[in-house]
Design a protein around this ligand. Structure first.
Ligand code: AMP
Ligand code: MG
Length: 423
């Protein structure tokens, strides 16, 4: 984007870019990792499938009983005779003998249907006529296929179950396990350098020195990155000087696919991140029409290289850092891992508040979801200051108030559940 383009997409004299413009701009400049790893199923949660995955077998691999009862030939029960001999007992895992006319087999849930049978009568619908002779009466006839889970009913061999770019969930791991999959081809981990800036930051372990605060962002964001399946290198509390910031950014860019920083991204005398990135590459985007999260920057370090290092500069306030991470960084990293690039999903929900002032910045209000007689309603938490990180823990998600909009009670607005940011 040229400076002119930038002016044309910003919303005001303050040069704030709306998220709907910023996101595609960022998505379009990212690079998807091409390399992949073959990993055991136990370690692929959250990773992205590298190649379309076709089912190697059918599931279930054979017709089997859906309940405890008697395997029968349904045609035997089509007339008036409801008496059958019981010739076999087939627990799950065992193989029974073929059934001939007039024969049945005691069968249990999950056991393979014996040859010749085509239905199962539930045990509740049978009674013994003669125990010694093994004779039962069927109280309710069954039609072919009844109470049978047929071969391939769940998965047909050869079906494409997961397209390349699919991010693996625990439920997918269950499906893959049902196919006997031991290893799977996933995109390699993204390498991310996370650095926090600020002379005031102190690592945990010691009581706070005067004027210092503990570093919230490094722990919060690195846990989110690990959850996304990234490998993270942390650089704690980079001092607020140009020289120190430059040194750490050079190191970070050398070791990773992208660099994420928090703090120091405004234009104060103590803010050096922007100047440093401009000296190492290029800032493509700066300042968003977003609340919280205005002082956000996106750029490229070594921008002339074939594969530049992508840079996300987040605000220092933990709430603003969290919101911009969830709205922008998380989907960007997923796109770099090969997932479809898309903004977090929202749904419409009735709001339980009003607001008469309008803002040019789209607002993301930390909110609770409650049920009411009219269905779910979203209520913003009282304290929306970007300094109160506890409200992130208390929130069920974010109400999205569009820019230049008032809010009336009952308005249906977008709501992004917290899970969209966290998993
Ligand atoms: P900055 O964006 O550097 O101007 O920081 C904005 C506010 O966020 C300041 O009050 C900082 O002290 C605070 N802050 C910056 N980084 C962190 C961090 N890693 N953990 C907690 N608070 C921070
Ligand atoms: Mg700072």
């Amino acid at each position: 984007m040229t400076p002119n383009d930038r002016n044309s997409v910003t919303s005001s004299k303050q040069d704030l870019t709306p998220l709907r413009i910023a996101l595609p701009l960022i998505f379009n400049s990212l690079r998807v990792v091409t390399e992949s790893d073959v990993l055991p199923l136990g370690s692929v949660l959250g990773r992205v499938i590298a190649k379309d995955f076709l089912a190697p077998i059918s599931v279930p691999p054979f017709d089997n009983s859906a309940m405890d009862g008697y395997a029968v030939r349904s045609l035997d029960l089509a007339g008036s005779n409801m008496l059958l001999s019981v010739k076999d007992r087939i627990p799950a895992g065992a193989i029974g003998d073929k059934l001939s006319q007039g024969e049945s087999a005691r069968i249990f849930t999950g056991a393979q249907m014996p040859q010749g049978s085509d239905a199962v009568v539930m045990q509740e619908n049978c009674e013994f006529v003669n125990h010694e002779k093994g004779l039962i009466r069927v109280l309710q006839p069954v039609s072919a296929g009844e109470n049978v889970r047929s071969l391939g009913n769940d998965i047909r061999q050869g079906t494409c179950l997961f397209r390349a770019g699919h991010r693996i969930k625990s439920t997918d791991i269950g499906v893959l396990a049902s196919l006997g999959v031991e290893n799977i081809n996933v995109k390699r981990k993204l390498k991310v350098s996370l650095l926090t800036t600020g002379n005031e930051l102190q690592p945990p372990g010691k009581s706070l020195a005067s004027g210092k605060i503990y570093d919230t962002n490094i722990a919060m964001l690195s846990s989110m990155l690990v959850g996304l399946g990234c490998s993270v290198t942390k650089h704690h509390a980079v001092a607020d000087t140009f020289a120190e910031t430059l040194k750490v950014f050079e190191e970070a860019a050398g070791e990773s696919d992208c660099v994420i920083s928090t703090g120091g991204v405004s234009v104060g005398e103590e803010d050096h991140v922007r100047d440093v990135v401009e000296s190492l590459g290029k800032i493509d985007l700066w300042k968003l029409a977003l609340k919280p999260g205005k002082p956000f920057a996106f750029g490229r370090i070594k921008s002339h290289d074939l594969i530049p290092k992508f840079f996300f500069g987040l605000p220092g306030n933990p709430v603003s850092a969290f919101v911009t991470f969830g709205l922008i960084v998380r989907p960007s990293l997923l796109a770099m891992m090969g997932c479809k690039a898309q903004a977090p999903t929202s749904f419409k929900v009735a709001t339980d508040f009003e607001r008469i002032y309008v803002s040019e910045r789209e607002e993301y209000l930390r909110s609770r979801l409650d049920s009411s007689s009219e269905g779910m309603v979203a209520r913003p938490l009282n304290n929306q200051s970007s300094g109160v990180a506890v409200s992130l823990s208390e929130a069920d998600g974010f109400i999205v108030v569009p820019s230049f909009s008032k809010v009336n009670y009952g308005d249906r607005l977008g709501f992004i559940p917290m899970s969209e940011f966290l998993y």
